[in-house]
Design a protein around this ligand. Structure first.
Ligand code: WA2
Length: 269
């Protein structure tokens, strides 16, 4: 193999990896932006109207009709912020009791809950579950509401499918807050949380399979927030490193998390 061939082979890998990084980041960002728009929808038509003009049926129809806007997500849901003093009236009104994510049993008394009240049909199993009852989901909600930003979990097993993915959350506030609102003001104004799941195992696989050359390369995506401990989000369970590997940074729009994609030919030269 001469030097020119080796160089072209390498350029091919670099280009294929960058193309995948770009596609992934583009579809990820588009999906995130649309969840942010759903937060505005809830703020306008659910919290902003007395009484609300949204209900489960309307939410299900709208989220189904707009699912093409969120190509990497399996579905979206809205969880309401609820204090213990409001629980009894809330459960009577909905006709179900708040349950935990882990056991699906009735939730024990807590100061605060976040039961999912509206769900896209694909996530209907979330209805009535307290989204604060799972550690990763709870951390995500708390960070979303104090920051006012869209926030991502580390890679986790999603409910029901058990697929590897990540959850995104945006907070829906009772009022429009200034850019520089304090954490305390943000927490006080929180009314609910809209979010959903990026299913890497299913949807990222589908996306990458369609691309030219997908048979010839191995693609891994990692959460590298902690640089010394990369967490696998997608791809075969062996860390890709060395001279044969191309690395591209990914920007998934949560400055608190870092991601990257690593690619290698199945058969390096
Ligand atoms: N959505 C889908 N699958 C999940 C999941 C989730 N969360 N959590 C675990 N598996 C209602 O944070 C607010 C969506 C969470 C939003």
């Amino acid at each position: 193999m001469n030097a020119g061939n080796i160089r072209r082979h390498r350029e091919l890998l670099d280009n294929m990896c960058d193309e995948r990084a770009w596609m992934l980041q583009d579809q990820f960002t588009a999906s995130m932006n649309h969840v942010k728009a759903l937060a505005a929808l809830l703020r306008t038509f659910h919290l902003g109207k007395q009484p609300s003009v949204l209900d489960q049926e309307t939410f299900a129809v709208y989220t189904k009709r707009t699912e093409f806007e969120r190509p990497l997500m399996t579905g979206v849901a809205y969880a309401q912020r609820l204090f213990h003093s409001e629980r009894e009236a809330f459960e009577r009104r909905y006709g179900w009791e708040i349950k935990t994510m882990t056991t699906k049993k009735v939730q024990s008394p807590q100061a605060e809950y976040a039961p999912a009240v509206f769900t896209q049909n694909s996530l209907s199993y979330l209805e009535s579950l307290d989204m604060l009852s799972g550690k990763a989901n709870c951390d995500n909600i708390l960070r979303a509401r104090s920051s006012g930003k869209g926030v991502l979990t580390t890679p986790m097993r999603l409910l029901e499918s058990n697929h590897l993915g990540i959850v995104v959350t945006f907070t829906v506030y009772k009022e429009d807050l200034p850019e520089d609102a304090s954490e305390e003001e943000r927490i006080a104004a929180s009314a609910g949380y809209v979010g959903g799941a990026f299913d890497f195992e299913l949807l990222v696989t589908n996306l990458l399979k369609q691309l030219a050359g997908s048979q010839s390369i191995i693609v891994n995506v990692y959460d590298v927030t902690n640089e010394s401990k990369p967490l696998l989000m997608y791809g075969p369970d062996a860390y890709l490193e060395g001279r044969d590997v191309h690395v591209t940074e990914l920007d998934f729009r949560d400055p608190a998390r870092k991601h990257e994609i690593r690619c290698r030919f199945h058969n390096p030269l």
